[in-house]
Design a protein around this ligand. Structure first.
Ligand code: GDP
Ligand code: MG
Length: 768
């Protein structure tokens, strides 16, 4: 089967094209660097089926980032039958820089001028016939988004793939042409394939090339010496880049004619950017948007209308029975939407899912299991262990999907890329480039792809620092912890708003991340901050198809996890909580003699400074266990509570009066734990903070290990996670419990900062 490779700058629309051609639903992001690994699919509408390979986005074929190396090696070594070079026509000049490099390789190629819809909308024109003539390779106008011109593109590519093409260079007409020509002849003599490409890279002193053709390096140096140093100077890389850009702006750029050359017109996108990326207002606007999202997802008092207008509750309206239940189905439905205040869309979907669908369904299954006449232990395992555990996790599907819908809209519209831009401006001074924020923001979805995405960072130290803080951007699996605990705080203590608590905890994670990056970049991981080159894509309305694809992926992933890892964990936890060390089966009330309880109790004292250790008494170990089970998958934290709720209720019923727990969902499970252990609000907040900042799930740890490569860095990372989580949650607990400890923490932080400053000063003095 023929193979066509898609190559182009980040954000030029490669993945969109790939999806249109292959009918796949790969992740499309309106920011650079979303595709890191290559991936492939099949296109069926040519004379024969062809394989399409989506390469990572790159600005050049230099080996500065791992992605550039992946793309370059693919084209050179795997020799695709045709390279489809995608060019973002709205950024023609900058995109052609890569084109001039691909042209130097002996491989058939076509140029796809993408985003022509956007170009035409601006009223600009591109003379593609002229461009084709000047480049010497076929040029086809397309719009990947509108699926226009794709058939022509593929037919042309197919045609080209049947021919051979020898590399050509735009450096032909520069002062370097003789030097390059000489090196090329020498390489040809050595039977090196792609002699032109390698010759140019050797002249540039490209590190991979120097490594590969060691014997030729001295020869190139000699060649260089025979030419006059004064013309060239010594920085050949800059010289080559400069020659390329000059050629492009002189010869290729003129094919573009702008709509109105005399008067610069601001597009809608520019106007929006004037506000959204404003120097001062940019960040506050972002925080307000973020709060708006949390409000729409979690608030039970939409726009505070309930408080403003003093709306009547369902009880006031006389719609409840004497027992406090809805009178009929209509009221039940109404109760999902309204009770004294209008609920936010997220809460409404959540209520419908949990009260009308999952709750009913699990009720039926449980009834069936009880009526089946199985052994009591089996009924206990299925009903109290598995169904409660998985049910608690599944009950969080709606808030996760709603939150992700909002995040996808921000991302797809192009706003997230602006955030990176705003933050870059702010944090450059502290050793962090905006580029590093993109994987961090991806961390809100899942740490695993986010960590892989750090391959776009050229600097190894910046990359390590970024990988370490990615888990602090609370991922989808941590959301149940936040929602359940926040919901339980509201339900049990009657204070605060669930949306505010959730928002606050997300912010705490972000702030922890930023502070620890600053700390690392000024101590153990010091280094230059690489420049941040990023094209801000024009805003556009998010694509419905895209959004649905994101949500569907998320749902599949979540449900699959619930029925595999979470299922297995709940079984293990239930079994270990019903047997003692002699493998004697225990009654529910005897849970504290179980293997699980005995082991967890050993670790309880460690968590005392964090507010969920020894002070919680004899059943407090359940918080320790939940946190530890979270190391497998973060969903386990809440499912552990739910799985053990029935036993703990039975065991503690002698102590706590009127405790009747049937944990229908995650919030109820946490309420049960609060009643059994008497944990305080600061203790609960510290518990969230701990789970957010400690060692992430198994999958994320494995990814970090693979991506960090050095085992020293990996072990350092594990220590970093443990230390940070203890420090942050101890701070949350102590300040929450005794406000004046704030001053002690502030003083301690000040001392650390002063020490770092003093140490750095001494280091610089020493160097001088
Ligand atoms: P990649 O980084 O090269 O894989 O780029 P993506 O496929 O992720 O696309 C980046 C952004 O450009 C997305 O927001 C796309 O919707 C948008 N985009 C892609 N192709 C077109 C197009 O033909 N026209 C317009 N207007 N936008 C496009
Ligand atoms: Mg992509």
């Amino acid at each position: 089967m023929k193979r066509f490779a898609l190559a182009g700058n980040p954000n030029c629309g490669k993945t969109t094209l790939f999806n249109s051609l292959t009918g796949s639903t790969a992740h499309v992001g309106n920011w650079p660097g979303v595709t890191v690994d290559k991936r492939d699919g099949v296109y069926k509408k040519c004379a024969e089926e062809v394989k399409i390979v989506d390469l990572p986005g790159i600005y050049s074929l230099s080996p500065y980032t791992p992605e550039e190396v992946i793309a370059r090696n693919y084209i050179l070594d795997e020799k695709p039958d045709c390279v489809i070079n995608i060019v973002d026509a709205t950024n023609l000049e900058r995109n052609l820089y890569l084109t001039t490099q691909i042209m130097e390789i002996d491989v058939p190629m076509v140029v796809a001028l993408n985003m022509m819809d956007a170009v035409e909308k601006q009223g600009d024109k591109i003379d593609e016939k002229e461009l084709e003539k000047r480049l010497g390779v076929p040029v086809i106008k397309i719009s990947a988004l509108k699926e226009e011109g794709l058939k022509e593109l593929m037919d042309k590519a197919y045609n080209e793939s049947n021919k051979t093409r020898e590399g050509v260079t735009v450096l032909e007409k520069s002062s370097l042409s003789h030097l390059i020509g000489d090196v090329k002849i020498a390489l040809k003599g050595q039977k090196v394939s792609n002699p032109l490409f390698h010759a140019i890279k050797l002249v540039e002193q490209d590190s991979i090339e120097v490594e590969m053709h060691k014997s030729t390096v001295s020869m190139v140096e000699e060649f260089k010496n025979t030419f006059n140093d004064e013309i060239f100077g010594t920085d050949f890389e800059a010289l080559v880049a400069d020659a390329r850009y000059k050629y492009i702006s002189k010869n290729f750029a003129p094919v573009l004619s702008r709509a109105d050359k005399t008067k610069f017109k601001m597009t809608k996108s520019d106007k929006a950017d004037k506000v959204l990326t404003h120097k001062i207002w940019g960040i506050p606007i972002f925080l307000v948007i973020l709060f708006g999202i949390f409000h729409l997802t979690f608030s039970e008092n939409l726009l505070w209308l309930g408080s403003i207008f003093n709306m009547p509750s369902l009880k006031d309206l006389g719609l409840l029975t004497a027992g406090g239940d809805p009178m009929n189905f209509g009221v039940k439905l109404l109760a999902c939407i309204y009770d004294g205040a209008i609920y936010s869309p997220g809460v409404i979907i959540n209520n419908i899912w949990n009260d009308l669908i999952v709750g009913e369904l699990f009720g039926l299954i449980k009834g069936g299991v009880e009526a089946s006449g199985m052994a009591p232990w089996a009924i206990g395992l299925i009903n109290d262990g598995i169904i409660e555990g998985i049910g608690a996790v599944l009950s969080f599907l709606p808030p996760i999907l709603v939150l992700f819908l909002f995040f996808s809209i921000l991302e797809d519209s192009g706003y997230m890329a602006r955030i990176a831009f705003i933050l870059d401006r702010m944090f450059r001074k502290f050793g962090l480039s905006g580029r590093a924020f993109l994987p961090m923001i991806m961390g809100f979805g899942c740490s695993v792809p986010a960590m892989i995405n750090t391959r776009t960072l050229a600097d190894e130290k910046e990359r390590t620092a970024t990988i370490r803080v990615i888990p602090f951007f609370s991922c989808g699996a941590k959301l149940p912890i936040l929602t359940a605990v926040a919901g339980a705080i509201v339900a049990r203590f009657g204070v605060g708003n669930a949306d505010l608590i959730t928002y606050g905890m997300y912010l705490l994670g972000i702030i922890t991340a930023i502070c620890s990056v600053l700390l690392m970049r000024s101590t153990s991981l010091k280094g230059e901050t690489p420049p941040f080159i990023m094209e801000l894509p024009a805003y556009h309305a998010p694509q419905f198809k895209n959004l649905m694809a994101h949500l569907w992926d998320k749902t599949k992933h979540f449900v699959k996890k619930a029925f595999t890892i979470i299922f297995a964990s709940t079984v293990v936890i239930w079994v270990l909580s019903h047997f003692d060390f002699t493998w004697h089966m225990l009654e529910d009330e005897q849970i504290n003699q179980s293997i699980l309880a005995q082991i967890s109790m050993l670790f309880q004292p460690i968590f005392t400074p964090l507010g969920f250790g020894s002070q919680l008494g004899q059943y407090g170990w359940v918080f320790v266990l939940a946190a530890v089970s979270g190391l497998i998958a973060k969903e386990n934290v809440i499912s552990t509570f739910a799985t053990l709720a029935a036993c703990l209720a039975a065991a503690s019923s002698g102590i706590i009066e009127g405790l009747d727990i049937s944990a229908e969902d995650g919030v109820d499970a946490v309420v049960a734990m609060i009643r059994v252990t008497g944990i305080t609000i600061p203790g609960l907040l510290a518990f969230i903070a701990f789970n957010m900042t400690t060692i992430p799930c198994f999958a994320a740890v494995a990814t970090a290990k693979a991506e960090l490569q050095s085992s020293k860095r990996y072990h350092g990372t594990l220590v970093f996670w443990i230390v940070t989580s203890f420090a942050v949650s101890a701070m949350v607990y102590t300040i929450g419990s005794w406000w004046w400890t704030m001053f002690i923490w502030a003083a301690a932080i000040a001392v650390v900062v002063l020490c770092i400053i003093a140490y750095n000063k001494r280091q610089t003095l020493k160097q001088q």
